[in-house]
Design a protein around this ligand. Structure first.
Ligand code: SME
Length: 165
C-alpha cells in the first residue's frame, strides 16, 4: 500500500517539494509512461487542494498525421480527448513550451471548457530534448487559485517527469 499524504499546514513550496519527492519515489525504475502519469495524477490530487481536474495530455498524432495533444491519465470529470497545438490553454503551453498560468479562464482567448466549473488553470509543458512530449494540466473552480509558486513547483515536477513518461 502506498500512503503518500501531505503534512497539514504546509506552505506551497514545501507542499510541492513533498509532492515531487513522492513522485520521484513512485516513478523511479518504472519504465511504463502511462503507469507513471496515472500515479502522478493521483499524487497531485492528494497533495494540492482546491482542484477539480488534474492530469496529462500527451503529444500524439491527428488522423491527418499532424502533432496534437491526446488525453492521458487524469483525476476529474471526463475531458476533451484531442486538442490541436496552439488551441486552448493546453495547446498554447504545448506549442510555446511555456507555462500558462490563467487566473480567469473566461478571459483566455480560445479556452476549452471541459468542466464548466473550472475558473482558473495552470498548464506546464513537459519537455524532452527541446520538444514538448506532454503537458500537466491543473484546473480549479476557484478564480486565481494558482500563483507563481504553483508554477515553479509544477515546473520542477515536469522536469523530473521528462525522462519518466
Ligand atoms: N481547459 C483546457 C482543456 C483541458 S481541460 O481543462 C481538462 C484548455 O483550454 O486547453
Amino acid at each position: 500500500m502506498y500512503d503518500f499524504k501531505p503534512d497539514p499546514g504546509l506552505d506551497t513550496a514545501e507542499r510541492y517539494r513533498q509532492l515531487s519527492d513522492a513522485a520521484d519515489a513512485l516513478t523511479a525504475g518504472e519504465p511504463d509512461p502511462v503507469a507513471n502519469m496515472a500515479n502522478v495524477a493521483a499524487l497531485i490530487w492528494e497533495f494540492l487542494p482546491g482542484l477539480n481536474w488534474a492530469g496529462f495530455y500527451r503529444m500524439g498524432k491527428s488522423a491527418s498525421g499532424a502533432d496534437e495533444l491526446v488525453l492521458g491519465p487524469f483525476v476529474g470529470r471526463p475531458a476533451c480527448i484531442r486538442i490541436p497545438l496552439g488551441q486552448g490553454v493546453c495547446g498554447v503551453a504545448a506549442s510555446t513550451r511555456e507555462t500558462q498560468l490563467v487566473e480567469d479562464v473566461h478571459a483566455f482567448p480560445g479556452h476549452i471548457a471541459c468542466d464548466a466549473a473550472s475558473r482558473s488553470e495552470l498548464v506546464v509543458p513537459v519537455v524532452r530534448d527541446g520538444e514538448t512530449i506532454a503537458v500537466i494540466d491543473l484546473d480549479s473552480p476557484e478564480p486565481a487559485r494558482f500563483t507563481n509558486k504553483d508554477a515553479s513547483g509544477l515546473e520542477k515536477l515536469a522536469r523530473l517527469l521528462s525522462a519518466r513518461i
